[in-house]
Design a protein around this ligand. Sequence first.
Ligand code: FPP
Length: 247
Amino acid sequence: MSSPGPAKIPQHVAIIMDGNGRWAKARGLPRLEGHRRGVETVRTVVDAAREIGIRYITLYAFSVENWKRPTDEVSGLMGLLDYFLKRELNNLIKEKVRLHTIGRTDALPANVQRELDRVKDATKHFTDWNLVLALNYGSRNEVADAARAYAEAVQAGREKATDASWERFSRYLYTGGLPDPDLLIRTSGEQRVSNFLLLQCAYAEMVFTPVLWPDFGQADLQAAVDEYGRRERRYGLTTEQIKTGAK
Ligand code: FPP
């Protein structure tokens, strides 16, 4: 009997955390209570990712479109972010997790920016485990910002327009220096990517689960990783080429 071989663990998992509002509504609670429970899930998932061996976990915490939500929900989310950063700093240091952010974070409230800088600075020397928070993030804005930065680099003579390639351009994305996600998970049964890491997920496997984010736990993350392990990533090659390693 052949052995199953070592489990395939994705290096980078990106998650669209969805369903906080529905979780709260089903219990007759205010939406913010769903977000509050969602923050607890963030802690659970960051710990579970490390236990599984996932080195990078990126969470879509606040999109550019989320500013359009009712003002009390937006300020509630900012308050939760501030609370999370204050509460998690010691834990992240203890577990040697580096915090990164992607998105236009300069538009976040000043107190949140201060906490983000503090936590990023205190964890910047860690390399093994990485938590990436997408905040005021939108993939199309990211491309526009990168194009502007790239054009400025061309004008300043640091890049040549004729040398443009994905390898060179992608360094100007917010994710420059981070590996592409191998697996994208969306909770709550929705099957959309909602302007999240559109270019970086070009080859990502996608897993959609009906579980609402506040109910998502270690077993659900493990199930998504198991599903990823069963998929064959071909990058345009044939199954035969993958098996034989032929070019
Ligand atoms: C989607 O649920 C969730 C969000 C827009 C926010 C996600 C934020 C958190 C989990 C808390 C803050 C995060 C951190 C990292 C501290 P929804 O409100 O769209 O749910 P619904 O579709 O059921 O209404």
